[in-house]
Write a protein that binds this ligand. Structure first.
Ligand code: 6CS
Length: 282
């Protein structure tokens, strides 16, 4: 009873303290407020092994597990996750719908203009899920463009941008509502290729158990991408505190112990820097 009362009181106090002059709730924007709130609201995508939500609502995956561990070092005890399309994550964190994005959001110059990133945490190459034997011989986004193949991509994600930049006709770009539905569209012959990072396609193939599906990787002329946690531009103190804790976990081996069981290389992330991936300071 006491615990409930405490939580209730905290909630009432927070209700007051989190209401700005306009009467609109001012949601947590810095570390002290997150500690008081007791959790950080994170955006995820439900794209295993980066982010995963079970049918019971449990949140795991390399990105949330790492964010939870880093935030615990900072005195924030848990995370509350919302599933979002990649294209809505940055607007969502800017609008304070989330306190941060912990979804394997790739650090890229255009994104670095809109948000602050942590130092890199999860790196991977790009891959194509195709029909076994790769009948259209698709090895690059340029091949997709020249062949007139239909490509499935997650909305607002890197693969959509790579397809557009390679000149794939927009009519041949099929935005899938969630990462899992792309495999189904390929199985049903509604698309010819589905583009996601290697670990995502590997996970989908393992679960599909369908010998008619295969992976081509790495996609030619695409780099190894590295993700980071994204914060509002105004929350530099929070981002910097997160970075200090992340660096300590990289040095102690705790970082590797969290990400490597999911298939990620700790070294790949530790050899990269946000500044290099942003093309300058961020
Ligand atoms: O950040 C992105 O754009 C990409 N990240 C992941 C983990 N999957 C696909 C998405 O395009």
């Amino acid at each position: 009873m006491k615990k409930t009362m405490k939580h209730l009181i905290v909630a009432i106090v927070l209700g007051v303290s989190l209401t700005g002059a306009t009467g609109m709730p001012v949601l947590a924007a810095d570390l002290e407020q997150l500690k008081e709130q007791g959790f950080a609201r994170i955006a995820i995508a439900n794209e295993p092994p980066w982010t995963m939500v079970t049918t019971g609502g449990e949140v795991s995956g390399a990105a949330p597990d790492l964010a939870r561990a880093v935030l615990k070092k900072l005195g924030v005890n848990d995370v509350v996750a919302s599933v979002s399309e990649y294209g809505a994550m940055i607007p969502g964190v800017q609008a304070r719908r989330f306190d941060m994005v912990a979804a394997g959001l790739f650090i890229k110059p255009e994104r670095c203009k809109a948000v602050l990133f942590s130092q890199p945490d999860l790196c991977d190459a790009e891959s194509f899920m195709i029909k076994a034997g790769n009948p259209l011989n698709l090895k690059s986004f340029a091949d997709v463009a020249s062949s007139g193949a239909k490509i499935g991509v997650v909305g607002g994600g890197t693969e959509e941008k790579l397809a557009i930049e390679a000149g794939v006709d927009r009519a041949n770009i099929v935005v899938v509502p969630d990462p899992q539905s792309g495999a189904k569209l390929l199985q049903d012959g509604r698309i010819d290729v589905y583009a996601l990072p290697v670990l995502s396609i590997s996970d989908l193939l393992k679960k599909a158990k369908d010998p008619s599906l295969a992976m081509f990787a790495p996609v030619e002329n695409t780099p190894i991408f590295c993700a980071g946690v994204a914060f509002r531009k105004q929350d530099s103190a929070l981002r910097n505190a997160y970075d200090v804790a992340l660096a300590a976990m990289k040095a102690s081996g705790e970082f590797a112990a969290i990400v490597e069981p999911y298939g990620y290389s700790a070294d790949a992330a530790m050899q990269q820097t946000r500044e290099n991936l942003c093309g300058g300071p961020n």
